[in-house]
Design a protein around this ligand. Structure first.
Ligand code: F3S
Length: 756
């Protein structure tokens, strides 16, 4: 599937030199994460030892992966860059927009009909710009990446938070916003705060009912959903070597649930086996040549406390099966009596209605085979399942092979629905109820990663618990959340008490992987003649028009909103049903700032239109100013724009005519996103000046013509009573970011430079 062996050889060819140089510069042995980071510095060899958790560093990732929901705006933006092809190997995967309802055949047909315009757009834009395209039904992005593209020692970014899954094959793989992906596609550097490092030492060996999933469920319990923030988690020790490659993928995948930048494992025999089984012996051969560079230095793993910021130790011999949840993946509970206690105390329904196996987290061949071994025992021992089963395989390759080997038939013997190889129930695309908001309280168990309220089926009363695939199978068959398969019996059809034997499975299929049509579309060599398909009538997609530079003469601007308190990117550009419009800037702009609280009336989506004196929705008011040719200003509090890195939160205000966002402080990524869109992201030099801003204010920038790095700007404010204030504003624009501003956006500048 066109993994790029030449690119991989190049990464490995420079790795020995760059790591050796970095070791000298840093002055100590290196972890694997550091080796990968220092080998991917934009500037080449290290000249300085970066401070973890402090320094912002430019990197040159090897690959990019995008899923269908986030790819839309990313690729619409990339089209603005004026490039013929993407600068680094990129793939697009259609997996998020496929509902799970009737089963794969019908559901896929339905998705191909309802989202045809999105899939056609992604297919044509991929073909044009040299991007590999994975069709709907081909699989879930992260499983497909693990099977085809991930490689030890590589660096990848992806427009999905579970991009981190590729750490299972020894990568540093990081989830990013679309704007970051576009930069790298366009040949620019990618900036990241040099991460802190958490070491997890694994000793012992999994056995019986414990699975790789239990490792990360245990880690989540220790670190909680925020404990990994800003850090790379590196797993090592003999216990790590005893895990399968796809098991390592599961552990890295759920690193997103502890907020980690990413997670990774050193290259070992399990990775070599997986590379060879997935038809990438060439990669394994190359990796073997530099194997010591693809793992942490011996001294680091011998004395981890000296080299990591935090160290956790887990003995796999003692690890127990976990059932985490509900509503948060870090609520760790040991399967069995612990669950009984907590469920009784908290009112969690003990009856389990559904068991779901799959998602990008746990849909490998090994996962399916271990869960199927339990399903088979149920049939053989005369048990009937109490809960219903849904399976979503991670890729067509896994599905085809599992079908060939009878695994899917085993689940079907228990009445399981085999959903499309796609995200389905993991992303709220599970059509379980006709009216989810009013659906009853119930419990489900799944092998996915996230279990927030409404995530799977839209029902706020569904208590979702996370466990390994084999535990999901056992608990679903028993129909009891607190079922402990190591101790408890079940009564079969003949009234006989039976117990499950321990699960068994195959790390890799004995007869090898097989697939008829993996669902991949390679881009043509010269895409210059390809037309990108976007209907002018579409409500979901709209080609972008380059933003016009705001210039140095911003005067007479009106206040759009003075946001009070927390204003995250979700408040600025809400998700939920709005995601349908994420490829249509004008339509999605109707959610612009509708979640922000107006400081003057403490209401959301109700601001004063200074032209009419009336109060109305934020987007409508912004559109009124824009139509009148009047720029507008957004004022905000501390940490404005925190949360997800979605670029819509910057593009929408820009589209609606907002010239400047002035706040007490910014979340850095959002601040950069505003700069990329060619607008002003500024902070009050004196925070108290936030209080000076009134509802009827008019603004003029008096010294924008002298916009320069490190130089304050001045904002003249005219209040309704005619009184005035002059406010000093700080900014963090460097020279090239001021060029973005002057050109109207970073993409306009890239395009201009391409044309030169
Ligand atoms: Fe898809 Fe769920 Fe993974 S939405 S990418 S299966 S986390």
């Amino acid at each position: 599937m066109a993994f790029d062996i030449e690119m991989i050889k190049e990464v490995y060819a420079r790795m020995t030199e760059r790591v050796d140089v970095a070791r000298k510069v840093v002055g100590k042995p290196l972890t694997l994460a550091e080796k990968i980071l220092y080998n991917h510095l934009w500037e080449g060899n290290a000249t300085t030892a970066f401070k973890r958790g402090e320094d912002y560093v430019d990197f040159a990732p090897d690959r990019i992966a995008c899923q269908d929901a986030t790819a839309q705006m990313a690729l619409l933006q990339f089209m603005q860059a004026g490039k013929k092809r993407v600068a680094v190997p990129t793939t697009v995967h259609c997996d998020h927009l496929i509902q799970a309802k009737e089963g794969a055949a019908k559901d896929l047909k339905f998705a191909n009909k309802t989202s045809a315009e999105v899939f056609d757009f992604l297919s044509s834009v991929s073909n044009k710009y040299g991007i590999g395209f994975w069709k709907p039904g081909a699989g879930i992005i992260h499983q497909v990446v693990l099977e085809n593209y991930a490689f030890p020692g590589g660096m990848m970014i992806g427009t999905d938070s579970h991009t981190v899954n590729a750490g299972g094959l020894g990568m540093v793989a990081i989830g990013v916003g679309g704007a970051d992906a576009v930069d790298v596609m366009a040949g620019m550097a990618w900036e990241l705060k040099f991460p802190k490092l958490i070491g997890v030492k694994l000793t012992g060996k999994l056995s019986g009912w414990t699975a790789p999933k239990d490792v990360i469920l245990e880690v989540a319990g220790i670190l909680t959903v925020k404990g990994g923030t800003g850090a790379i988690v590196e797993y090592f020790g003999d216990g790590a070597k005893n895990l399968s490659c796809t098991g390592k993928g599961t552990i890295c995948n759920m690193g997103a649930e502890i907020g980690a930048t990413t997670s990774t494992f050193g290259y070992d025999a399990s990775m070599e086996r997986y590379l060879r089984a997935t038809d990438r012996s060439e990669v394994a051969d190359e990796a073997n040549k530099i194997a010591p560079y693809l793992t942490g230095d011996d001294e680091v793993y011998a004395n981890p406390e000296q080299y990591f910021d935090q160290v956790i130790e887990i003995n796999l011999d003692e690890l127990k099966p976990h059932i985490n949840g509900p509503f948060s993946p870090d609520l760790a509970t040991i399967a069995g009596s612990d669950v009984t206690e907590k469920a009784t105390a908290n009112g969690w329904p003990l009856d389990v209605e559904w068991g779901l196996i799959g998602s990008c987290t746990n849909s490998s061949y090994e996962d399916l085979s271990r869960a199927a071994s339990i399903a088979k025992q149920a049939v053989d021992k005369g048990l009937e399942t109490k809960a219903e089963f849904g399976i979503n395989p991670g890729s067509e390759q896994v599905r085809y092979t599992a079908d060939r080997d009878g695994l899917l038939a085993t689940f079907e013997a228990l009445g399981a629905k085999i959903f499309t190889n796609a995200c389905g129930p993991c992303i709220g695309q599970w059509a379980r109820y006709s009216d989810p908001k009013n659906a009853p309280k119930n419990s489900i168990i799944h092998s996915f990663n996230r279990n927030f309220a409404k995530r799977a089926d839209g029902n706020p009363n569904t208590h979702a618990f996370v466990a390994s695939p084999e535990m999901v199978a056992a608990v679903a068959i028993a129909g009891r959340l607190d079922f402990d398969p190591t101790k408890d019996t079940l009564t079969n059809k003949d009234g006989v008490e039976v117990m499950f034997d321990e699960p068994t499975g195959d790390e890799l299929p004995k007869r090898g992987f097989d697939v008829e049509d993996a669902g991949y579309q390679a881009p043509i060599v010269d895409g210059s003649g390809v037309d990108v398909v976007v209907s002018p009538d579409s409500e979901r997609l709209e080609l972008l028009t380059p933003f016009t530079p705001l210039g140095s003469d911003i005067k007479g601007a009106k206040l759009l909103i003075k946001a009070f308190g927390k204003c995250t990117t979700d408040h600025i550009s809400m998700a939920g049903p709005w995601l349908r419009f994420r490829g249509h800037l004008d339509n999605i702009s109707n959610n612009c700032l509708i979640g922000a609280v107006n400081a003057f009336n403490k209401e959301t989506d109700k601001v004063k239109n200074q032209l009419t004196g009336e109060y109305g929705p934020v987007p409508k008011t912004a559109r009124a100013y824009k139509a009148a040719g009047i720029p507008s200003i957004v004022v905000g509090d501390h940490n404005y724009g925190e949360g997800s890195s979605r670029e819509h939160a910057a593009m929408e205000p820009r589209h609606l005519g907002v010239a400047a966002v002035i706040v007490k402080s910014f979340a850095r990524i959002h601040e950069t996103n505003l700069k990329k869109q060619g607008m002003l992201g500024l902070t009050f030099a004196n925070e108290a000046d936030y209080d000076l801003i009134q509802e009827d204010d008019t603004f003029t920038f008096s010294d924008l013509a002298d916009f320069a790095p490190g130089k304050q700007l001045t904002l003249d404010v005219v209040h309704a009573d005619g009184s005035t204030d002059s406010i000093k504003l700080n900014h963090t624009y460097n020279k090239s970011q001021i060029d973005w501003y002057n050109e109207g956006s970073a993409l306009n500048l890239i395009k201009k430079e391409n044309v030169k």
